[in-house]
Design a protein around this ligand. Structure first.
Ligand code: AMP
Length: 282
């Protein structure tokens, strides 16, 4: 695996590879890598000739400076995992490479209602910051395909819309959520759960499964109510549980009205905020 820290060096290298006919797959991350991230690298390895993974803790998508400061940074084990996964290129730039002093976001995006509900409520500006860095990284890497996890479904939907607005022909591939054996979605935040909190966390996936099992008998709104009760009774503070259209992220009144339907939730277990979702219909 080759490590690049400078934009120009990476661009030069990739431009040669592109001229040699290589197809480039790109996996953007913020590091603290686990099996979920690595599954995206593996997806890219299968489809593309060269996989570029980036590790960049993007300051513009954090609402609170303490969150940015406390975000886990584990470069050595990350590099080891990427080497083992067969990743070809790691791009690990300092902030000033991604946002040089004279850098002006070339394009701003209006995501309509996509970035307002769910994660957008508690984290205003988060998705604009995320879109800004993905846009910038796409300009640098110019990949043929881009790999993102279903775990962050709203992020995926927003990037899908951004690519559409850009008129981009980059293929966006969604990777299924990788879970622990008890159903908890893998996340760097799981490490911060104490024993009791960790024993409560599988109820999120259990609730999503209960909703899936009952979707033939109940309306989306009834299932949301049931899920909210289930989660609140299990020692979690509920932020949202919404059953939405998979493209527009707007709430639905019946399962028939959308081709793709996703149940999305965010809860707090103690101080730790966990998100998860399940595609009910696609
Ligand atoms: P992050 O480093 O948290 O920004 O995540 C980088 C990418 O990994 C995003 O596309 C996430 O959706 C994806 N990801 C994070 N956790 C998982 C997981 N458990 N399963 C699959 N993909 C994941």
């Amino acid at each position: 695996m080759i490590l690049f820290k400078k934009v120009d060096d990476l661009r030069r290298y990739l431009s040669d590879e592109r001229e040699n006919g290589k197809k480039i797959g790109f996996v953007p991350t913020m590091g603290a890598l686990h099996t979920g991230h690595i599954s995206l690298v593996e997806l890219s390895n299968k489809k593309a000739d060269l996989t570029v993974c980036s590790i960049f803790v993007n300051p513009t998508q954090f609402n609170e400076s303490t969150d940015l400061k406390n975000y886990p940074r584990t470069p050595e084990p990350d590099i080891e995992k990427l080497v083992d996964s067969g990743c070809h290129i790691l791009f690990m730039p300092p902030v000033e490479e991604v946002y040089p002093q004279n850098y002006k976001a070339a394009q701003t995006f209006d995501f309509g209602d996509l970035d307002k509900p769910m994660e957008g409520v508690e984290r205003p500006g988060h998705f604009q910051g995320m879109a800004q860095v993905v846009y910038r990284l796409l300009q640098i890497v110019e990949p043929n395909s881009l790999y993102m996890g279903q775990k962050d479904y709203q992020q995926f939907a927003i990037v899908q819309e951004m690519l559409k607005q850009m008129g981009s022909d980059i293929e966006l591939v969604i990777g299924p959520t990788v879970r622990e054996i008890d159903g908890v979605a893998m996340s760097s935040r799981n490490m911060r759960l104490n024993k009791n909190q960790r024993s409560i966390a599988p109820n999120i996936y259990r609730t999503l499964m209960a909703v899936k099992d009952k979707m033939d008998q109940f309306l989306p709104k009834e299932l949301e109510k049931m899920a909210i009760e289930m989660l609140s009774n299990q020692g979690m503070e509920l932020e949202y549980f919404e059953i939405v259209d998979g493209t527009t992220l707007t709430p639905i009144a019946s399962f028939d009205e959308s081709e793709k339907v996703v149940a999305c939730t965010a809860v707090r277990v103690g101080e730790i905020r966990l998100i998860d979702n399940f595609i009910l219909k696609s």
